[in-house]
Design a protein around this ligand. Structure first.
Ligand SMILES: [Zn+2]
Length: 368
């Protein structure tokens, strides 16, 4: 807002200036100001897509749809979710920038040869001669378009491990990054006509999918959260970093978006939130420790997760109570069971408190 008056003032000043000058000069510099103002407002609207550090080698890319969790290190890159299709190129660019930053920050390789004794000045340039390892994996927490939309482009920009199990022909399709998800995500992305290169290559249907080896120095595990937001939700646990990418189960910008049509349910959601609280370990007095990277918004800890779980439980209880008293859905909505949290979480026009209440109500009616 503060730039607005400045631009206006410049304009006014410029208008006076114009009167005393030739029209052609005036026109050209006027256009320049308009262009500058336009690009200013453009850059204000479009968030920068870049990787910000979370802990150790785990980073977060925001603004590309859903949050994208990034593990970047000597084994390459592991992503949780891929953002929207429209932002895929920007995500790939952000990963490249991150990788070169990490490479420059890495300690220099020991050099002892005659040719390298004078390398002090040139050393950073030598270092970039070794290209960083590619994007190896994308894990999808669900099939929602802001989480899996970038799959195709980003997978094609990467390369799977070929040291062990090779999926497909070397030099063929199998060379792209592997995509991990619950098997229901594969079915839903297939229904949504996701191009083949963006479909999950490794799916699971039990409780977990574990990488068969450490990646960037730690175990990585997908855990199924059945019938929570959809019927294919996974959380991804970076076991060494103690960071969990939660997908839509935890979203600090709004109420959980239970998608009944896609197999979500309040019962499954609460089971998932309870599980997350259970897994988390605080560092000191219920703060710090395990970090949760949510679908959208800022990173949370066990205190945040407990708050979110408690809120969902209380709203569920209130609705259940009113249902037992024989209230209709409309009556329950006007009783505003979410009132206490609407200021913080009820401002999203695409997922209003009423929509959340209705999803819980319908879920509870189904069970009875
Ligand atoms: Zn989302």
């Amino acid at each position: 807002m503060t730039t607005q008056p400045t631009i206006n003032a410049e304009h006014a000043e410029h208008a006076e200036f114009c009167f005393s000058k030739k029209i052609s000069v005036c026109f050209a510099s006027s256009a320049l100001i308009v262009v500058t103002a336009f690009s200013l407002s453009l850059s204000a609207q479009q968030p920068t897509i870049e990787a910000i550090p979370v802990r150790g080698h785990i980073f977060l890319i925001g603004g590309a749809g859903s949050n994208i969790t990034v593990s970047a290190g000597p084994d390459g890159v592991f992503l949780v979710d891929s953002g929207t299709a429209a932002n895929a190129d920007k995500v790939i660019a952000a990963i490249k920038t991150l990788q070169s930053r990490l490479q420059m920050a890495a300690p220099a390789a020991p050099r002892s040869g005659a040719e390298t004794t004078v390398a002090t000045n040139l050393e950073p340039f030598y270092r970039t001669l070794t290209p960083p390892k590619p994007i190896r994996y994308i894990a999808n927490t669900s099939a929602l378009p802001d989480h899996a939309g970038g799959n195709e482009k980003i997978a094609l920009a990467g390369k799977t491990f070929t040291g062990g199990n090779v999926t497909g022909e070397i030099g063929g399709e199998g060379e792209k990054a592997a995509i991990l998800s619950h098997e229901n995500v594969l079915a839903r992305l297939g229904d949504a006509k996701m191009p083949a290169a963006g479909l999950p290559t490794d799916t699971y249907f039990g409780k977990t999918l574990k990488l068969a080896y450490f990646f960037n120095g730690e175990g990585v595990e997908l855990l199924s959260m059945p019938a929570a937001i959809t019927d294919g939700d996974s959380i991804v646990h970076f076991r060494g970093s103690d960071i969990i990418a939660t997908g839509e189960i935890f979203d600090f910008t709004r109420y959980p978006m239970i998608d009944l049509a896609k197999g979500g349910s309040i019962q499954g959601l609460l089971a998932a939130l309870n599980r997350l609280v259970e897994i988390a370990v605080p560092e000191f007095r219920s703060e710090g420790g395990t970090f949760f990277i949510p679908a959208h918004g800022r990173v949370g800890d066990i205190a945040d997760m407990t708050y979110y779980r408690d809120m969902t439980t209380i709203i569920r209880d209130r609705i259940q109570d009113l249902m037992k008293k024989g209230r209709t859905l409309e009556q329950i909505k006007s009783a505003r069971p979410t009132e206490d949290w609407d200021g913080r979480l009820g401002q999203d026009k695409s997922w209003t408190p009423d929509m959340f209440v209705e999803a819980i109500y319908k879920g509870l009616s189904k069970k009875q």
